[in-house]
Design a protein around this ligand. Structure first.
Ligand code: DGT
Ligand code: CA
Ligand code: CA
Ligand code: ZN
Length: 583
């Protein structure tokens, strides 16, 4: 069956190609549709099957034209208009746009002017000095392309969590629907909620292994079978590789533990086991204290666990360690000492401080965003549109006067809302760590998020000074996406996370976990470092439309990778405590 993720990917491709073709406005509509389709709670293909056209058109951002394309794709497996665009613009878009500063529009131009289709073509053109000759480009653009080619090539292999996880959910739903499947779970980096994913690993317990393998490779969503054998199969779904392993129920827990990783966690855990006369592998936990040669085979000694994962840890006298913590950053020692954190969950979240509306580059009104927040049961909700400043292009950013106008409207919407609406702004941390807002504006606002949008190539010392200075600024409540990284596109600021965490702790500034799957900034190890300094964090979605309030899922799991407990996260606090913090 066609998944929502697959449909979303088609519309994103549509948007890219239209943009490459020089079409205006339409790409944005397609992107919006893609986000809403991806976030839709049930399979849209079901609506096509039941002929419920109205339900499809009811999805935010999906009108008559896009609904027709959804139907066409579900029924025929392709969209004619998209095929025509692909033929007209045969560009390796995903590869080429991974270069910072090269978007679909630029890619389209380079194709038309120089015939650039691949990264190799691009490299050749840049090295021959052809790019600087194209109208609108110059030596600087050309140099930028040369500087970033290497990065684009190496990161190209990994998928964003936000793209891979919805697919993993579909894989699980499919496997669960098979009669022979007793248990199934995802493993690997996706179960640890890493920001980027090499491949999706899935695991099934069954007594009918070959049946399950056969049914899996025959799944409608599979584009290619890479390999298959009696115990495992690898397939490609869209751009993502899915590895399935099929085990007998008695060994499901040990296999799950093993294939969840990380490798470093497993190595440490195995050593921990050896010190206690135990042997640990994908087939079980074995007591080998009475055995002369524990390495004589895979299943030697007395088998004490393997059916459940919790049993594996229990066999070592340890409580279960949440998958997000399995990175060999002290979790085994914490488990041994009974000091594992009680991790924050999605249900603990009471609000969001960083969201956008059409006042800057968001897609909708303050009212619509607030309603969407209320539907999620939040207690408070911050609108933080862009202030004008470095890194914010054109008319998008708000001037001080416009901010004051917007605050009035936010207050008016807040008066009728079911939750507390916080008037905020996303200010710009300039190259020196300052923000540019008048005292009057600062006084009027409830929450000031300050983010870096420019000068992201500073050296580590300058960048650290800059972020420390921002963290010390009493006007700033939340330091937004501190590094400014864009996954698979740019690495962002390199800075001393501990030093910034210390400054934030001393000056009561929260550091943001930006939940946008392209950012996830702070990331797990950075969260852990700032929490050790005692700084609070805020998990924000940076939503530009209602559907992406669901990005909170990625942010929460990222915070969990950093050992965050509810008390560490400002937006789990009640309104009174939040007010006090923001004051
Ligand atoms: P990825 O796919 O690159 O995002 O990362 P993972 O962690 O999903 O790695 P993957 O798919 O190669 O393997 C899944 C898990 O299997 C990995 O996290 C740990 C386990 N594993 C795989 N190979 C080895 C190995 O050689 N030694 C150990 N100890 N564990 C391994
Ligand atoms: Ca994997
Ligand atoms: Ca794998
Ligand atoms: Zn933002």
């Amino acid at each position: 069956m066609t998944t929502n993720a697959e449909l979303a990917a088609r519309f994103e491709e549509f948007a890219d190609l239209l943009e490459a073709d020089g079409v205006e406005y339409k790409p944005r509509a397609y992107r919006r549709a893609a986000e809403n389709v991806r976030a839709h709670p049930s399979p849209i293909a079901d609506r096509v099957d039941t002929g419920d056209r109205a339900a499809i058109e009811n999805i935010d951002g999906v009108g008559d034209a896009i609904a027709s394309k959804i139907v066409e794709y579900v029924e025929t497996g392709s969209i004619e208009e998209l095929e025509e665009l692909r033929a007209e613009l045969p560009i390796d878009m995903a590869d080429i746009t991974r270069i910072e500063g090269v978007g679909p529009k630029t890619a389209g131009k380079l194709y038309r002017e120089l015939g650039v289709e691949t990264l190799d073509d691009l490299e050749a053109a840049a090295e021959a000095g052809e790019i600087q000759e194209v109208k609108g480009f110059g030596p600087k653009t050309e140099q930028n392309i040369l500087d970033n080619l290497e990065f684009a090539r190496t990161v190209g292999q990994r998928q964003l969590l936000g793209e891979a996880r919805p697919l993993a959910d579909d894989v699980l739903a499919f496997l669960e629907s098979l009669e022979a499947v007793e248990r199934c779970e995802v493993a690997g980096s996706i179960r640890r909620w890493r920001a980027t994913i090499g491949d999706v690993d899935a695991l099934v317990a069954t007594d009918a292994r070959e049946d399950v393998i056969d049914q899996f490779v025959a799944w409608d969503s599979v584009d290619d079978e890479i390999e298959s054998g009696p115990e495992k199969a690898s397939v490609r779904v869209g751009e993502i590789r899915v590895d399935l392993r099929v085990v007998v129920p008695e060994e499901f827990g040990s296999a799950l533990q093993y294939f969840t990783g990380s490798k470093d966690h497993n190595v440490s855990l195995r050593n921990y086991a050896i010190e206690r006369g135990m042997k640990l592998n994908e087939y079980g936990a074995f007591d080998v204290s009475e055995i002369d040669d524990p390495d004589a085979g895979q299943r030697v000694g007395e088998r004490v666990a393997g059916e459940t994962e919790a049993g594996m840890y229990d066999a070592l006298g340890l409580p279960s360690i949440p998958p997000e913590l399995r990175e060999d950053r002290g979790e085994i020692e914490a488990a041994e000492n009974g000091e594992l954190p009680a991790l924050v969950t999605r249900d603990d979240i009471r609000g969001d401080f960083h969201t956008h509306t059409e006042w800057s580059d968001g897609n909708t009104t303050i009212e619509t965003m607030v309603e969407a927040a209320a539907e999620r049961g939040y207690d408070y909700f911050g609108i933080a549109d862009h202030a004008e400043g470095p890194g914010i292009v054109g008319e998008m950013g708000l001037s001080d006067t416009e901010i004051l106008e917007q605050v009035e409207e936010i207050r008016a919407v807040g008066d009728d809302a079911e939750l507390e609406v916080l008037a905020g702004i996303e200010a710009n941390v300039d190259a020196d760590g300052e923000i540019d807002l008048s005292d009057e504006v600062i006084d009027e606002l409830d929450v000031i998020v300050a983010s870096t949008h420019s000068a992201l190539d500073q050296d580590a010392e300058t960048a650290t000074d800059r972020l420390v200075r921002a963290a010390e600024n009493p006007a700033i409540d939340v330091l937004g996406h501190p590094s400014g990284r864009l996954l698979n596109q740019r690495s962002g600021l390199d800075y001393d996370v501990t030093a910034v965490g210390r400054a934030a702790a001393e000056h009561d500034t929260a550091l943001e976990v930006n939940s946008d799957p392209r950012r996830l900034d702070l990331w797990g190890s950075a969260v852990q470092a700032v929490l050790e300094e005692g700084a609070p964090i805020a998990i924000d979605t940076d939503s530009h439309q209602p559907a992406t309030l669901e990005y909170m899922r990625w942010g929460v799991h990222t915070a969990r990778r950093g050992w965050a407990e509810p008390a560490d996260v400002v937006n789990t606090w009640d309104l009174a405590a939040v007010r006090e913090f923001l004051h």
